[in-house]
Structures are given as structure tokens and as C-alpha cells.
Design a protein around this ligand. Structure first.
Ligand SMILES: NC(=[NH2+])NCCC[C@H](N)C(=O)O
Ligand SMILES: [Mn+2]
Ligand SMILES: [Mn+2]
Length: 300
């Protein structure tokens, strides 16, 4: 793996309705993210947080039902540019969120550098909604669709033309809450999904083995987008949209270790850590432990 890493914090909570996820980057730094990476002999540059403009009140776009559309776009444009520049310099970008809408910016920046970017979407949700299908108007439920070129054109065309990624280069792991429009899209576009059912049946080991086999040959880089709500809320309670019956802490470590061993991940983000809803920073601590495994920590 690329040993030179740039950390980019995105303290943004405007892609969903529960305040507090803007403190995610601080919570993960406080839980020792930078020290953990340095311990692993990774040459780590913490670039700090992207400045976020907060609206005075809740802003709902008139022609779509999208909440805080302008602010989300502004933040994502800054993020895309930064991610793009860091990769250009030869750095591995590690993005700390913030709500999952920031994946729009991460993927916009990363995809500039790959013709066939692969994406592992580790999440209880598909985040495949558009303004038409979204039950909530929350943009954090839309980043994967937007990156596929589906949805509001200001989101799909952010920092370059749509689409940023191809449906056949995506693997969703941990899904257990999919809206009707998302299911339809998964079927229509043939997106590969390992729901909790498959994880229970096959075991995480087989799921990740298949994921790597599937993506390895067809892609020229793989972005890991890890939403902490992919884990079970008993182990990662500090998230805004928890869904019972999730991936365990051990399964998640195994997944990260297998990805590290295969040396396939070329960029990553950890999102949706909400310290206000958390139990003594437990979720940020879990996130940092998973970063350890993803970036090569071994027990012996
Ligand atoms: N990144 C997340 N936590 N997304 C949750 C999305 C929940 C729901 N599917 C929605 O679109 O509103
Ligand atoms: Mn989620
Ligand atoms: Mn998500």
C-alpha cells in the first residue's frame, strides 16, 4: 500500500437531519487516528478540516426536496479538489466524515485518477436514492446514486462530468435497509450486494474473498467507503440512522485485515460517526481500530 497518507476532515452534518456528525473528524482524531497511523509507520499528514459554511436555518431546495443542497455542494467541491490534489502528489487520501453525502466529493476527486474505479460500500444502507425516490430528502442517502450519474444534476456533475463510477464496479457490503427505489436500481443496474443474509450464510471471510476477486481484475483502484452504521448499533451506537442486525466488530476487523492483505484499497473514508449520539466515543474508537486493521496492523 501507498505509505504516504493525507488525512482530510469534513465536519459536515448537512446531508442528514441529526446534528452532531459534524464532530466526527474530531472524535476520530481524539480516539487516536493519527497516532494509530504513525504507529504503523505510515507517513501521515493531517491536513485538518475543510471549512464548512452553515446555513442559518434548514434549507430545502424549491425544485427538488433536497435539504441544504447548496452547502452540501460547496463542501463537496472543496473536498473533491483536495482529494484530487493529494492523489496527484502521490498521497493516499483518507477522508474523515461527516455524514455520508461527502462521498460525492471523495469519489469525484478520486475518480479523476482511474478509468475503472472500484467502490466497496460498507453500509447498512445503499445510499442509492435520488430526489425522486428519497423518503427523507437527506443527501446522505444519495451519494452512491449521484456518483453513478443518477439524481440532481448539481450532485451528479459535481467536479466534472457524470458518471464517476460504473454500476459493475460497485460492491455493497452489510445492506439491511434498502428503500423500494434503491432495490429497483440495484436490480436494473446489476449492482453486486452482500446483504446481512449473505454475510450470515457465507461468513464475512467468503464475502470479502469474493469481493476482492470480483473487483480485482475489472478495476484499476478501489475506494473503501465505510459508514459506521454498517456495524451493529450495539458496537457502533454513535450513528444517526442505526439499523439493528448489523456486522459485528470482529467481522469488520476480518474484512479490513483481508483488504489490507490483498493490498487493493487506494483511497478510503470513514463516515457517519456522531459523538453526540455515542457512548463515551465508542464509535470513533471502533473506527480507529478498523483503520488500524485496514492499514496493516497485525497481532503478531
Ligand atoms: N448514509 C446513511 N446513513 N444513509 C441513510 C439513508 C437512509 C434512507 N435510505 C434515506 O435515504 O433517507
Ligand atoms: Mn448507512
Ligand atoms: Mn451510508
Amino acid at each position: 500500500m501507498n505509505n504516504k497518507m493525507s488525512i482530510i476532515g469534513v465536519p459536515m452534518d448537512l446531508g442528514q437531519s441529526r446534528r452532531g456528525v459534524d464532530m466526527g473528524p474530531s472524535a476520530m482524531r481524539y480516539a487516536g487516528a493519527i497516532e494509530k497511523l504513525q504507529e504503523l509507520n505510515i507517513d501521515t499528514h493531517d491536513l485538518g478540516d475543510i471549512p464548512i459554511n452553515r446555513p442559518d436555518q434548514k434549507n430545502i431546495d424549491n425544485d427538488s426536496n433536497l435539504k441544504n443542497l447548496e452547502q452540501v455542494i460547496e463542501a463537496n467541491e472543496k473536498l473533491a479538489e483536495m482529494v484530487d490534489q493529494e492523489i496527484e502528489k502521490g498521497q493516499f487520501p483518507l477522508v474523515l466524515g461527516g455524514d455520508h453525502s461527502i462521498a460525492i466529493g471523495s469519489l469525484a476527486g478520486v475518480s479523476k485518477h482511474y478509468d475503472n474505479l472500484g467502490v466497496i460500500w460498507y453500509d447498512a444502507h445503499g445510499d442509492l436514492n435520488s430526489s425522486e425516490t428519497s423518503p427523507s430528502g437527506n443527501i446522505h442517502g444519495m451519494p452512491l446514486a449521484a456518483s453513478l450519474g443518477i439524481g440532481h444534476e448539481k450532485l451528479t456533475n459535481l467536479y466534472g462530468n457524470a458518471p464517476k463510477i460504473k454500476p459493475e464496479n460497485i460492491v455493497i457490503v452489510g445492506a439491511r435497509s434498502l428503500d423500494p427505489g434503491e432495490r429497483e436500481l440495484i436490480r436494473e443496474r446489476g449492482i453486486k450486494v452482500y446483504t446481512m443474509h449473505e454475510i450470515d450464510r457465507m461468513g464475512m471471510s467468503k464475502v470479502i474473498e469474493e469481493t476482492i476477486d470480483y473487483l480485482k481484475d475489472r478495476t484499476d483502484g478501489i475506494h473503501l467507503s465505510l459508514d459506521l452504521d454498517g456495524l451493529d448499533p450495539s458496537e457502533a451506537p454513535g450513528v444517526g440512522t442505526p439499523v439493528i442486525g448489523g456486522i459485528t466488530y470482529r467481522e469488520s476487523h476480518l474484512a479490513m485485515e483481508m483488504l489490507a492483505e490483498a493490498e487493493v484499497i487506494t483511497s478510503a473514508e470513514f463516515v457517519e460517526v456522531n459523538p453526540i449520539l455515542d457512548d463515551k466515543n465508542k464509535t470513533a474508537t471502533v473506527a480507529v481500530a478498523l483503520m488500524g486493521s485496514l492499514f496493516g496492523e497485525k497481532l503478531k
